[in-house]
Design a protein around this ligand. Structure first.
Ligand code: COA
Length: 327
């Protein structure tokens, strides 16, 4: 059975920064409150000229350059996003922009777990021998869907895009994974379609509406994350025949520094082994893990053969972990 190697990472550079002080001009909040409760100091915001496709493409191009792979070599593009430019899917726009003429491309939606779910999904195509070269992108422009007048949610989110290149290899570097969903907790975090009825012809009505801004029960999501994330990482480690002592880097979905600290504490991973870009980016949903990973790789922290425990969690509710070896 072919194995999976992670041979490149990349991210998009968003130049507009929205600081906590900027936000306090709009809602009743402060840098002190936001940084103490979340660890976030600023987030990056897509401009009106950016698109989800343009950010995803930039991240993918940078990952391909690191992997020394041409766009024409890609067999599959999986774009994890909850904020597509087109509800029919945005991955094909990315395929076109990259010039990945041979690739099949599709979107995958699993909110803030999207990158881990996409990584595992894409890996199955490699393991079964169907595809050799795959790009997995996590990209979100949540600023489109945040209620900027709701201080309980708007301070948390930012925009971003990150990507990794996977290649078929002899040794399998996806060492273990575990994916979970619990729809009974769906109401805790939503970006839901608000249906209205519109008369079409006599006796037949159709749905008309739009998506409502993000709503969240912060306390419930917090409790869910600190209990479920350590558990799912331990299950993925078990499948990899590893223990928490084998983790070189913990690369979690960047939701809240307090969640990162609590998970690391529960797993006994020292803080210097926890990758965090919380302060700079906030929660960028499906982008957060590949973005954090890419920054750590480019900073020379993550080295070939390092064991990375990564976990995403969020709306659905969904959560999942993957144990990977870099390079
Ligand atoms: N600025 C100032 N005060 C704020 C505020 C803000 N931006 N947001 C909420 N508050 C206030 C509340 O109104 C409340 O005031 P009250 O005590 O007078 O009612 C107080 O701060 C405490 O609110 P609470 O919701 O209990 O805070 P918290 O410690 O639970 O922190 C979160 C709130 C959202 C930071 C935290 O619950 C969290 O991070 N949850 C997880 C969310 C998450 O990660 N979601 C995405 C998952 S993918």
């Amino acid at each position: 059975m072919p194995g999976v190697s992670l041979v490149g990472s990349g991210s998009a550079c968003l130049t507009v920064r929205l600081t906590n002080d900027d936000l306090s001009q709009r809602v009743d909040t402060s840098d002190e409150w936001i940084s103490a409760r979340t660890g976030i100091r600023q987030r990056h915001i897509a401009t009106p000229q950016d698109s989800l496709a343009s950010l995803a493409t930039e991240a993918a191009q940078n990952a391909l350059a690191m992997a020394d792979m041409a766009a024409e070599e890609i067999d599959l593009i999986v774009l994890a996003t909850s904020t597509p430019d087109d509800l029919f899917g945005t991955a094909c726009q990315v395929q076109k922009a990259l010039g990945a003429t041979r690739a099949v491309a599709f979107d995958l939606t699993a909110a803030c777990s999207g990158f881990v779910f996409a990584l595992v999904t894409a890996s199955q195509y490699i393991r079964t021998g169907v595809f050799k070269n795959v790009i997995v992108i996590g990209a979100d422009v949540l600023s489109r869907w945040v209620d900027w007048d709701d201080r309980t949610t708007c301070v948390l989110f930012g925009d971003g895009a990150g990507a990794v290149v996977l290649r078929a290899s002899e040794r399998d570097r996806l060492l273990g994974f575990e994916l979970c969903s619990d729809g009974t907790l769906n109401h805790c975090l939503n970006l839901a379609y608000a249906t209205e009825s519109a008369d079409l012809v006599k006796d037949i009505a159709v749905q008309k509406g739009t998506f409502s801004p993000i709503t969240m029960n912060g306390r419930e999501v917090y409790k869910f994350a600190v209990s479920r994330v350590p558990e799912v990482i331990e299950k993925a480690l078990f499948r990899a025949s590893l223990t928490t002592a084998d983790i070189d880097w913990l690369v979690l979905h960047q939701a809240n520094q307090r969640i990162l600290d609590a998970v690391a504490n529960r797993l006994d991973v020292p803080s210097e082994r926890v990758v965090s870009n919380m302060a700079n980016h906030g929660n960028t949903s499906a982008a957060s893990i590949p973005l954090a990973l890419d920054e750590a790789v480019r900073a020379g922290k993550i080295q070939p053969d390092d064991v990375i425990a990564t976990a995403g969690f969020g709306a659905g509710l969904t959560w999942g972990a993957a144990i990977i070896q870099w390079g």
